[in-house]
Design a protein around this ligand. Structure first.
Ligand code: AMP
Ligand code: MG
Length: 444
C-alpha cells in the first residue's frame, strides 16, 4: 500500500467530502423529550398552534387603547387578567384593564401601559388609572401579536437539527412529549498497545492505563455517536485481526457491527505499529495515511467496501435504514493522548456527526486574540493545547476571547490536555505569531 500524506487543508477537504456523502438519514427511534438532548431530529417540529397562541402582554400594567391612554385622562379599571386566564373583554371605552405579564389582552385593547408609568386613584366607587405625562403610548406597545413567532402548521425546526436546550424548549411549547430522532451510529473504540491496562487495574512497572478509551468514548458521545469500548488489543497482528473483526463483523449473528471504527495507537513507524496493515487486511482502502499536522501526523483514514443497501424513504421523506448496519469508515489515531484528541476533533468528529444525521458536521473552529507570542517551525499545521477565556477579561476592557497556549511537555502530556479548553491553530507557514494577532482555535 502506498502512503498518502496530505496537508491539513487537503485532509479536512477529504473528510468534509466523506461527511457529505455519508450523511445518513436512516433508522428512526422515538425518545422522551427529556432524553432528547444532543439527539438529531428525524422529522420536523411543526407548530401545533400559533406562537404565541393569543395576544399577550409582555408587562405587568394596564391594557388599554393607546390613543385614549395618550390623552392622559383617567381610565376606569374595568377588570383584571392574570396569566392563565382566558381572553376577556370587550374593553369598554375610556377604560383600562389590569393585566399581568403573560396574560391575554382583553378584546378591544391594543397596548399595555407599564405599571411604572401610571398613576392610580379612586372616585365614584371606581378605580382609575392614568398614563403619566409626558409619556405617550403607541398601539401594540408591550404586547406580542398572536402568531408573531410562528403560525400553526409552520415547520419550525427541520430534520438534521441537533436538540439543545432552546430546541427542546420549542418542541415542548409545541406539545412534543416525545421526539423522532435518528438512531446514533455505533462507534467501536479499539485501544491497542502492549503497555495498556484497564483503568481499574493496577499497572505493573512499564505499564500505563488506557486513558484514551474513556476519552474517545466521551468525544464520540459529544459528536453524536454511541461508543462501544472494545477490550484493549495487544501489538500483535493476530490480536488486531480478531479485534477489528469483532468491531466490523461480529461472529454472533445477533450483534451488528459498528458503523465506524476508531483504533487508537499503533499507527506510527515503530516496529510494533501494526494497525495500518491490519486495517488493510480487513479490507480498508485509505483516503490518507498521514497528515502534515503536529501532533497527529500518522493519522489514518480508511473506508471498508461494505455492500450498503440504499436507505428506504418513509412517508415523511426521512430515509430509513432497511436492516443493514454499516461499518464504512475507520480511523487509526495516534496513541498519544493529545494526538488522539486533536485528530478525533479534526477528522473523526465530522464523520460521527454525519453518521448521526447532523446537518452541521465540521470541526468547531473559532477566532480569538492571542495573548502571548508563539514561535513555531514551518512545515506542519500545529494544534497547541491552549486556554481561551471567553469574556473573562471584560473588566479590563477585553471583550474578545483571549487565547494563550498551555505549557506542555509534548503530545503525551495529559495534564496539559486536561487544563486546555481549545487548541491554538498555528498555520503551516508560520514561524511566529505575535501577541495581539487574531488566531484560529479548535474548540475542545
Ligand atoms: P503509539 O501511537 O501506539 O505509538 O503510542 C504513542 C504513545 O501513546 C505511547 O507512549 C503510548 O504508551 C501512548 N498510548 C497509546 N495508547 C494509549 C492509550 N490508550 N491510553 C493512553 N496512552 C496511550
Ligand atoms: Mg503503541
Amino acid at each position: 500500500m502506498s502512503a498518502v500524506l496530505l496537508s491539513y487543508e487537503e485532509a479536512a477537504a477529504e473528510i468534509a467530502a466523506c461527511a457529505t456523502r455519508l450523511n445518513s438519514r436512516w433508522r428512526v427511534e422515538r425518545v422522551p423529550l427529556r432524553e432528547a438532548r444532543g439527539r438529531v431530529l428525524a422529522r420536523p417540529i411543526v407548530a401545533d398552534r400559533d406562537q404565541p397562541p393569543f395576544v399577550r402582554s409582555t408587562r405587568d400594567g394596564f391594557a388599554c387603547r393607546a390613543r385614549e391612554a395618550s390623552q392622559h385622562q383617567p381610565l376606569r379599571i374595568a377588570g383584571a387578567s392574570r396569566a392563565g386566564d382566558a381572553p376577556a373583554g370587550p374593553l369598554p371605552t375610556a377604560s383600562a384593564w389590569e393585566i399581568m405579564t403573560g396574560a391575554p389582552l382583553p378584546a378591544g385593547a391594543d397596548a399595555v401601559m407599564m405599571l411604572e408609568h401610571v398613576g392610580t386613584g379612586d372616585g365614584m366607587g371606581s378605580k382609575f388609572v392614568r398614563l403619566l405625562p409626558p409619556r405617550t403610548l403607541e398601539a401594540s406597545e408591550n404586547v406580542v401579536a398572536q402568531g408573531a413567532q410562528a403560525r400553526q402548521g409552520d415547520e419550525l425546526l427541520d430534520a438534521g437539527t441537533v436538540m439543545h436546550a432552546g430546541q427542546i424548549a420549542l418542541a415542548g411549547a409545541c406539545g412534543y412529549a416525545e421526539l423522532d430522532v435518528f438512531a446514533r451510529p455505533l462507534v467501536a473504540i479499539l485501544a491497542t498497545g502492549d503497555e495498556l491496562v484497564p483503568v481499574e487495574a493496577e499497572p505493573a512497572p512499564g505499564q500505563i492505563r488506557n486513558s484514551n478509551g474513556p476519552m474517545l468514548a466521551a468525544l464520540v458521545e459529544v459528536a453524536g455517536g454511541e461508543p462501544w469500548l472494545l477490550r484493549v488489543a495487544a501489538d500483535r497482528a493476530e490480536a488486531l485481526d480478531i479485534a477489528i473483526g469483532t468491531a466490523i463483523a461480529p461472529a454472533s449473528g445477533t450483534v451488528l457491527g459498528a458503523d465506524l471504527l476508531l483504533v487508537s495507537g499503533g499507527v506510527s513507524a515503530g516496529k510494533f505499529d501494526l494497525v495500518e496493515p491490519a486495517l488493510e487486511r480487513a479490507g480498508a482502502a485509505f483516503h490518507f495515511t498521514g497528515v502534515k499536522i503536529q501532533p497527529g501526523r500518522p493519522t489514518v483514514f480508511g473506508e471498508f467496501p461494505c455492500p450498503i443497501a440504499d436507505p428506504v424513504q418513509d412517508q415523511n421523506g426521512a430515509g430509513i435504514e432497511n436492516g443493514t448496519k454499516r461499518c464504512r469508515c475507520c480511523f487509526g489515531l495516534p496513541g498519544n493522548p493529545v494526538s488522539s484528541a486533536v485528530t478525533f476533533l479534526l477528522f473523526a468528529a465530522p464523520i460521527v456527526a454525519a453518521l448521526a444525521g447532523r446537518r452541521e458536521t465540521g470541526p468547531r473552529l473559532a477566532l480569538a486574540r492571542l495573548a502571548s507570542d508563539v514561535k513555531s517551525k514551518p512545515g506542519l499545521t500545529r494544534f497547541l493545547p491552549a486556554n481561551c477565556t471567553f469574556g473573562a477579561g471584560v473588566d479590563a476592557g477585553l471583550w474578545e476571547p483571549q487565547v494563550a497556549p498551555v505549557p506542555w511537555q509534548g503530545s503525551g502530556d495529559l495534564t496539559a490536555l486536561a487544563r486546555a479548553n481549545c487548541f491554538l491553530v498555528v498555520p503551516e507557514s508560520a514561524e511566529r505569531i505575535d501577541a495581539g494577532a487574531i488566531v484560529r482555535i479548535l474548540l475542545w
